[in-house]
Ligand binder design. Structure first.
Ligand SMILES: [Zn+2]
Length: 182
């Protein structure tokens, strides 16, 4: 039931129709269709992700009780873990990478690739799962992204990723929970 509602949500998003523009580069309808097929293939077998609709708002003490110190630093204070420290960097099994703060599915393993940076990297996200904002923490602008449900900081997105999107969603492993498929 839950899985079905997520898939219906994915199918009904404006992202699913025709083509979309990210960073000024247009994706073809065929590329989008192929990506959606991979998501459906991966999300389908035995996996029941939570519904994405409701936001989760907790105060600082509630987040500290829920998260480890390192998770709190990354998710709630926009910290960055040291590269090559997360076991999820080398995770290659089929499954879902969910927000460690609220378990909203953010990426599937079909979206993951090895960027060589030492952080888990993805070429796209599950539609609607993250939101972005501009960030000037290192002087030049970067695009920060965070979980759409709990606002937890996940990482930054860059334009040097692989086909079909050209995007590199560079994620802190400590901000994710891996749920193996099946
Ligand atoms: Zn979250």
């Amino acid at each position: 039931m839950k899985r079905r509602s997520l898939l219906l949500t994915l199918a009904s998003l404006p992202f699913a129709a025709g083509s979309t523009t990210v960073f000024g580069a247009s994706r073809s309808g065929a590329d989008i269709e192929a990506m959606h097929k991979r998501w459906r293939d991966l999300l389908a077998p035995g996996f029941e992700p939570p519904a994405a609709a409701d936001t989760l708002q907790l105060d600082e003490s509630q987040w500290r009780a829920r998260l480890s110190a390192e998770q709190f630093h990354v998710l709630r204070e926009e910290g960055t873990e040291r590269p090559f420290t997360s076991a999820l960097n080398g995770e290659k099994r089929a499954g879902i990478f969910a927000c460690a703060g609220c378990e909203l599915p953010l990426f599937s393993s079909a979206m993951k690739y090895d960027s060589g940076t030492g952080w888990p990297s993805f070429f796209t996200t599950i539609p609607g799962a993250v939101q972005t904002k501009r960030d000037f923490a290192i002087v030049w602008p970067r695009t920060e992204y965070h979980c759409a449900r709990c606002g937890g900081h996940q990482g930054h997105v860059f334009e040097d990723g692989p086909a079909p999107t050209g995007e590199r969603w560079c994620n802190n492993g400590v901000a994710l929970t891996f749920l193996a498929a099946g």
